[in-house]
Design a protein around this ligand. Structure first.
Ligand code: FCB
Length: 466
């Protein structure tokens, strides 16, 4: 495989790398951190691949100076990390943990000293278990607790954080966590998942208010809208496509960017859409203007009608929407089993832009690929597939920009190999390889390629080199 050319991105375009707290920090019970739903879930036998947990992960909590040095070596403009809610408020609400606050102070200061702009995600899935015990995202109190936590974080770090992301992929929190049960808290409910979806949006709106009140610089949120296709023109496949679109996309984008709840809700989850969790004023709260929207993209999805599993009592409540995902792309698959189709990324961005006149500027907050990486005897990691994936997807972003979409920057997922949720440590997304026995970090070929791209971009667009 020859090394792909660097994609042509405009002057001022920013490059970064991303991680999330539970996936890298470890130190799960240190310095007063409370348990989160991911501690409980990963410690439940049978939930994660090989029984993997985030107890140690990449030990970033202790090794953050080394990781910031890696970021500096990479030459990135920005770093997207997440703050662990249970480190700041171990019970989710109430007493604040000073040692938790100190950790992110140290991290942020280290980043700033390295010339790297911090982007902080407030919620990357690690809900304090104490709140789950009181209903989790099914109840509105959790959205209120989220606002309390956002205020604590904004007050403490608002002077130094450049970009605030309220939620990461609320689709996964609500539907993978409360309907499919493949993520924490591992619930399989219909009603609960729809209530969770709404309360996540309300929590976002309340957090935005707190961030604004504290004078936060840029405020936004991160979604993972999907580029969905129907497997055929058969009416049942088109209906399946519509249902999937509601769930994956419209539940989030319609209230955030069009001030309304999605159409076609009734056919998606008969009888549950107008749950008592929706209150007057919520749409205004949720739809308050944002400075940017973060988009995470990995692969397109094709859907076809599948029998609803109405014989399954747990599913009967609503969330089995009768959709299967065939894989007709005929392209290479990553080790996640995800097809590599960069053009779908351009289509997704163009589509969002065309559909929502109120769409704020876009930051790509995650994009990357999991590959079968290993350190070879020459001490390197030759991940040509990842370089190819990144080059293709950055070119797809460049195409979207040429077509008029306002994309400002890109954070590659991920800086480090890390705990890939229920898939454990087998999936490696990092630009830097992590040996989980020794915790040794080894920059992969893609790390050097990305660094080269950033350097070339700066030279070409005549920005001063650092
Ligand atoms: C996204 C998550 C991120 C990571 C990637 C591969 O859904 O936001 O934490 O796991 O997938």
């Amino acid at each position: 495989m020859s090394t792909p050319a660097f994609p042509d991105l405009p002057a001022g375009f920013r490059f970064g790398a991303a991680t999330a707290a539970y996936q890298i920090e470890g130190a799960h019970d240190e310095d007063g951190r409370g348990p989160s739903i991911w501690d409980a879930y990963s410690h439940t036998p049978g939930r994660t691949r090989g029984g993997a947990t985030g107890d140690t992960a990449c030990d970033h909590y202790h090794r953050y100076p080394e990781d910031v040095a890696l970021l500096r070596g990479l030459g990135v403009d920005g770093y997207r990390f997440s703050i662990a809610w249970p480190r700041l408020l171990p019970q989710g609400t109430g007493p604040v943990n000073p040692k938790g606050l100190d950790f992110y102070d140290r991290l942020i200061d280290e980043l700033l000293a390295a010339g790297i702009a911090p982007a902080a995600t407030l919620y990357h899935w690690d809900l304090p278990q104490a709140l789950e015990d009181r209903g989790g995202w099914r109840v509105r109190e959790t959205a209120e607790a989220f606002a309390e936590y956002a205020a604590v974080a904004a007050e403490r770090y608002g002077d130094r954080v450049e970009r605030w992301i309220t939620l990461n992929e609320p689709f996964c929190s609500a539907f993978v966590g409360y309907a499919e049960g493949r993520h924490a808290p591992g619930a399989r409910e219909g009603r609960g998942a729809l209530a969770a979806a709404h309360h996540l949006l309300v929590g976002h709106g309340l957090a935005v208010r707190e961030l604004r009140a504290a004078g936060a610089r840029e405020v936004g949120t991160t979604l993972n809208p999907d580029r969905l296709h129907a497997a055929s023109d058969r009416p049942e496949d088109l209906a399946a496509l519509r249902r999937a679109e509601v769930l994956h996309n419209d539940v989030w984008t319609e209230p955030l960017f069009a001030g309304r709840y999605p159409e076609h809700e009734a056919e998606t989850w008969a009888g549950l859409a107008d749950g008592p969790w929706r209150r007057p004023g919520d749409l205004e709260l949720i739809g308050a203007p944002l400075d940017f929207v973060g988009i995470n993209f990995y692969r397109p999805i094709t859907v076809e009608a599948a029998p609803r599993r109405e014989d399954d009592p747990e599913r009967r409540t609503a969330m089995d929407i009768g959709v299967a995902e065939p894989n007709p792309y005929g392209t290479r698959l990553t080790t996640m089993g995800w097809p590599v189709v960069p053009s779908a990324f351009t289509e997704l961005l163009r589509d969002l832009d065309a559909r929502y006149p109120r769409l704020p500027p876009v930051w790509i907050t995650e994009n990357g690929s999991a590959e079968a990486d290993s350190v070879t005897p020459d001490g390197r990691v030759h991940d040509a597939e990842r370089i190819d994936y990144l080059a293709g997807h950055l070119a797809a972003v460049a195409d979207a920009i040429v077509a008029g979409v306002d994309v400002r920057g890109y954070y590659v997922w991920s800086l480090l190999d890390n705990f890939e949720w229920a898939r454990g440590y087998e999936q490696r997304f990092g630009l830097v390889h992590v040996d989980y026995e020794t915790l040794t970090r080894t920059p992969k070929d893609s790390y050097h390629w990305y660094r080269g791209l950033i350097t070339a971009h700066r030279a070409r667009t005549e920005e001063p080199a650092r």
